[in-house]
Ligand binder design. Structure first.
Ligand SMILES: Nc1ncnc2c1ncn2[C@@H]1O[C@H](COP(=O)(O)OP(=O)(O)OP(=O)(O)O)[C@@H](O)[C@H]1O
Ligand SMILES: [Mg+2]
Length: 461
């Protein structure tokens, strides 16, 4: 059974059920016909019993027929396909009279059989249906037996023919039904073969193949559609992975080429001390940038695929903001940026992962500072509302052009309008990923040349 193909298994299961059902129907048909045939024979016998009971005369406990001659003539004429046999016996079982069609044979009186009950017996090797009726005198005293029988040959032929027909047609019907069921099952699971064929064609480099959708919107349609959607997602993920790798290598190659060029120029001939210092400082800055890129790439790959277990603890949002501002204090001073912090309550706490949350605030503030003009303003507002903490970081910097607003959360996406400001386009993708891990809703409002506001809605539970 285990090695049977799917369609054979469906056909077999179907045929077992059908076999039981058809078997039941056939048996019922046979039993009903047999019951009817016996019923008819019983009716015939009963009619004969009634007729003959009226023609019996009892004188001095002796049984005689009222019109014996007429009766003999009539009984002669009843010889037909299913003749009726009559026999009168006295109490000792001695023959008094019998219908001429019995010729030399005798109907047997069976004392074991109850009176007036129809039963099957034999007469000269022929099958008959018989009944024994007591003959009673005026006082109700038993004086003899009337035996009536009718040949069953005709009805037996009918039953036998029916039995043959049913026994022959039964396996034929089942065999035909098995092949029909197999054919239909084969047709209905055709999409599964297509799924297998298409899946065999799909490789890492050929993800464009899709399973043709069946016409009927059934379970196989849903299965094919689900697999196609899965393939879409896998294809996109692989595309993203490919472009991520190519972007990342590009981002590494450029600063490495610059570093190599600077150092090569530096050693070509002896230079002034100041020139050495300036070039080395430049190289250190580039190396810092590369370090930053490595950090961001590591964070993204580490948190990209699996959901890492979060270390939730109670943290003070005020403290996180103050520490981040301290971290950027040098850049803030250099750009002479004015920071205004408004926190509605001193002790707003959040139950969250401190590392992820600090990284989010760090990246948003880093952008606010980086894209602010010299002497710009940054406003930080924190307040609680409806079991959520809202944190808004608003700068008055260069703003994000409308065309870029949707894309700034994509990896390596940077607005083309500020090539002088360095970055890798990985800060906001990290913010987006961490926000989704912490269930934080992040919104961005920005107007070119006016400024940008990033709003976080942090659930408190
Ligand atoms: N506060 C902001 N003001 C103006 N533009 C912004 C601001 N924040 C983000 N952007 C735009 O969104 C882009 C993506 O920001 P993201 O932080 O992801 O990258 P980045 O700052 O360029 O580099 P990285 O953060 O990886 O060092 C930026 O290049 C910039 O064009
Ligand atoms: Mg950034």
């Amino acid at each position: 059974m285990k090695s049977l193909s799917f369609r054979n298994r469906i056909a077999l299961n179907y045929i077992i059920t059908t076999a039981l059902l058809i078997g039941l129907v056939f048996v019922t048909i046979y039993v009903v016909v047999e019951f009817n045939v016996s019923g008819h024979l019983n009716e015939d016998l009963q009619r004969e019993v009634d007729r003959h009971s009226n023609e019996i005369e009892i004188k001095d406990e002796k049984i005689a027929l009222k019109r014996h001659k007429e009766w003999m003539e009539r009984e002669h004429n009843t010889v037909g396909v299913d003749p009726v046999f009559i026999e009168f016996l006295d109490l000792e079982g001695n023959l008094i009279d019998k219908s001429p069609n019995l010729k030399e044979s005798h109907l047997l009186y069976d004392s074991a059989q109850p009176d007036n009950v129809f039963y099957n017996g034999e007469l000269a090797e022929k099958r008959i249906r018989q009944v024994q009726v007591p003959i009673l005198d005026k006082n109700g005293k038993r004086v003899g037996h009337l035996l009536v029988a009718v040949a069953r040959e005709g009805s037996e032929v009918v039953l036998e023919t029916l039995r043959h027909i049913l026994l022959i047609t039964y396996p034929i019907i089942l065999i035909i039904l098995f092949f029909v069921a197999r054919f239909i099952a084969g047709r209905s699971i055709k999409p599964i073969n297509e799924i297998i064929n298409t899946s065999n064609k799909i490789t890492r480099d050929n993800l464009t193949e899709r399973i043709p959708l069946p016409h009927n919107k059934d379970e196989l349609y849903i299965l094919s559609d689900t697999i196609n959607n899965l393939l879409d997602r896998i294809e996109k993920a692989i595309e993203r992975e490919k472009s991520f790798t190519s972007y990342a290598s590009h981002e590494f190659r450029t600063p490495l080429a610059v570093l190599k060029g600077t150092l090569e120029v530096l050693i070509r001939k002896p230079r002034q001390q100041e020139e050495y210092e300036e070039k080395v400082k430049y190289c250190v800055k580039e190396i810092d940038r590369l370090n930053h890129l490595v950090d961001e790439l590591l964070i993204l790959t580490r948190y990209e695929n699996q959901k890492r277990s979060l270390k939730l603890e109670n943290i003070s949002i005020k403290q996180v903001i103050e520490e981040t501002l301290k971290f950027f204090s040098e850049n803030i001073e250099q750009k002479n940026i004015h920071i205004n912090t408004e926190i509605s309550s001193e002790n707003i706490t959040l139950k969250t992962d401190i590392y992820l949350f600090s990284t989010i605030i760090n990246n948003i503030l880093s952008n606010a500072i980086k894209y602010s003009h010299q002497g710009g303003d940054i406003e930080i507002k924190v307040n609680e509302k409806d079991k959520s903490v809202f944190c808004e970081i608003k700068d008055s910097g260069i703003g994000i052009p409308q065309k870029d607003r949707e894309k700034v959360f994509d990896k390596f996406y940077r607005s083309t309008d500020h090539s002088n400001i360095k970055g890798f386009g990985l800060g906001l993708p990290i913010v987006k990923r961490f926000c989704s891990l912490l269930n934080i809703r992040v919104e961005i409002f920005s107007k070119e040349s006016v400024g940008t506001t990033i709003r976080l809605q942090i659930p408190q539970s």
